[in-house]
Ligand binder design. Structure first.
Ligand code: MG
Length: 367
């Protein structure tokens, strides 16, 4: 089987709630890229990459499309089911830029699943969990508004929450206290600063909220700053943005820098590399949030399959982004029910893009 054509589509994902705000950033919509890989045997696969705007991680939507156009021509003729070979070749063609390679790797997994008649979670190790625990994001807003949001989400059945902080530290202290007060018994709260606090401000916030039960997530930009913050608090620590490679995870493990890592598929370069880190984390005893930066139904399917194939004991939570968008870019998305999602059991990712909505490809790479 050979890759015969790579189609690239651009689609906007507007927020149902009007905007999504975290740290010091806020967006009304996200620019997503869908990749379709066609083969000479008629089987095709899809993948998606959606950076959270251009200033969140060293990744941006136009960069994803430019990068795919750069490496795409050299992938023609390759067998998409030979995942290690595809990844090795992508790394030789383009140094770094893992997010560029992510949607291609996901599309190749979709093809391998279809060709072997298996859902992608089987290829990633098997369905170790029947359903995947979700968390709901409480976007940064006025503290009382955030209380209303978390209350409504709890009434919908959600049990795990990630409130966005990382802005003014004094307001963040109020946010954490008020939202934690509104948390129902047994539910789980994380406060994610997304790198937004300076080190001394982060230390002030965790000390001022020392008696509040919550997970602190990526308080500052660098690993070293987060490590200092950890020395000043007893809250469990989740590291996210700085866990950008296997080396970073291993260093964090050696230095006891975190209790949980947030594993984002496109930041690592796709399912092949995310799976490698997932398996090493399971071997080392590190618990994971499994998700991506953002996306629609296709990205969510990849998240769900990776999470399904992770032992429940090591899976902290996942996110499903498609429910935040005003429109669906594909059918067959993981079904969300009472705070859990479940990926389809059909071969591949189990999603079918809404081709009418995606429109004409912005790039088509073929011989
Ligand atoms: Mg995070």
């Amino acid at each position: 089987m050979k890759i015969s054509k790579i189609n690239v589509f651009q689609v906007d994902l507007p927020m149902k709630e009007g905007a999504y705000s975290w740290s010091n950033q806020s967006f009304a919509a996200f620019d997503s890229t869908v990749v379709q890989i066609e083969t000479d045997e008629g089987v095709s696969g899809v993948g998606e990459v959606c950076p959270l705007g251009p200033s969140y991680l060293p990744a941006y939507a136009e960069g994803a499309r430019t990068g795919i156009a750069t490496i795409g021509p050299d992938l023609l003729g390759e067998d998409p089911t030979h995942l290690a070979r595809i990844n090795h070749k992508m790394d030789r063609l383009l140094k770094g830029h893992p997010y560029v390679k992510s949607a291609i790797d996901i599309a190749c997994h979709d093809i391998l699943g279809k060709v072997t008649g298996q859902p992608v979670c089987n290829i990633l190790g098997g369905r170790l969990q029947e359903k995947v625990k979700l968390f709901k994001v409480v976007s940064r807003a006025d503290p009382d508004e955030m209380v209303d949001k978390i209350t409504a989400y709890q009434e919908q059945g959600f049990k795990q929450f990630q409130m966005k902080v990382g802005a003014d530290p004094d307001v963040d202290i109020t946010r954490i206290n008020k939202v934690a007060n509104a948390l129902w018994e047994g539910n789980v709260l994380g406060a994610d600063a997304n790198c937004g606090w300076r080190q001394h401000d982060a230390v002030r916030v965790v000390k001022a909220t020392a008696d509040v039960k919550y997970y602190v997530e990526q308080p500052c930009e660098t690993y070293e700053e987060c490590r200092v913050v950890r020395d000043h608090c007893h809250h469990p620590m989740i590291l996210d943005e700085c866990m950008d490679s296997l080396q970073a995870v291993l260093r964090g493990y050696q230095e006891r820098a975190m209790d949980v890592i947030n594993l984002k598929i496109n930041r690592l370069g796709g399912l092949t590399k995310a799976r490698l880190i997932r398996d090493i984390c399971v071997s080392l005893g590190i618990i994971m949030t499994i998700e991506d930066s953002w996306g629609g139904e296709i990205a969510d399917a990849a998240i769900a399959h990776l999470a399904h194939s992770t032992p429940e004991d090591f899976h902290f939570q996942s996110s499903a982004f498609h429910e935040y968008a005003t429109h669906a870019i594909a059918t067959g998305a993981p079904v969300i029910e009472e705070g859990y999602m479940r990926a389809p059991e059909t071969p591949g990712l189990g999603v079918e893009p809404n081709w009418d909505l995606l429109g004409k490809p912005v790039a088509s790479i073929s011989a």
